[in-house]
Design a protein around this ligand. Structure first.
Ligand code: MYR
Length: 131
């Protein structure tokens, strides 16, 4: 289950990923230490998400398969949805400013929540431990 609070433990290739996303050096340096915490609550095909970081606190709801809007901490607007495929949560989001797609997968691996990201040929991971 994805339910519960998760705290980021480490990241892989996240700086390169953010660079590909067009995020400047200063913001990337800050984002490397964002202390991201996400709390996921799933009820059937509905999710409630609480996100807390050094940048902001926000809560949102989404339903699997239903498109919603999401803004990154730097204001970049995305539109897309999550779907469950087996034990994987797969997200596909489109940037409103340039039409490019960002895909992301959440999966539980050895009691950690592994979130992978892919954008414009660059992949990254952020790995969370139960908080
Ligand atoms: C959620 O389920 O947490 C809300 C929707 C998340 C949408 C996809 C998030 C992509 C985040 C990319 C972060 C890297 C920014 C350069």
């Amino acid at each position: 289950t994805f339910n519960g609070p998760w705290k980021v433990d480490r990241s892989e290739n996240y700086d390169k990923f953010m660079e590909q996303m067009g995020i400047g050096l200063v913001k990337r340096k800050l984002a490397a230490h964002d202390n991201l915490k996400i709390t996921l609550e799933q009820n059937g095909d509905k999710f409630h998400v609480k996100e807390v970081s050094t940048f902001r606190t926000l809560e949102l709801d989404f339903t699997l398969g239903v498109t919603f809007e999401y803004s990154l901490a730097d204001g970049t607007e995305l539109s897309g949805s999550w779907a469950m495929e087996g034990d994987l949560l797969k997200g596909s989001f489109v940037r409103k400013d340039n039409g490019k797609t960002l895909t992301t997968i959440r999966q539980i691996v050895d009691e950690e929540l592994v979130q992978s990201y892919s954008y414009d040929g660059v992949e990254a991971k952020r790995i969370f431990k139960r908080a």
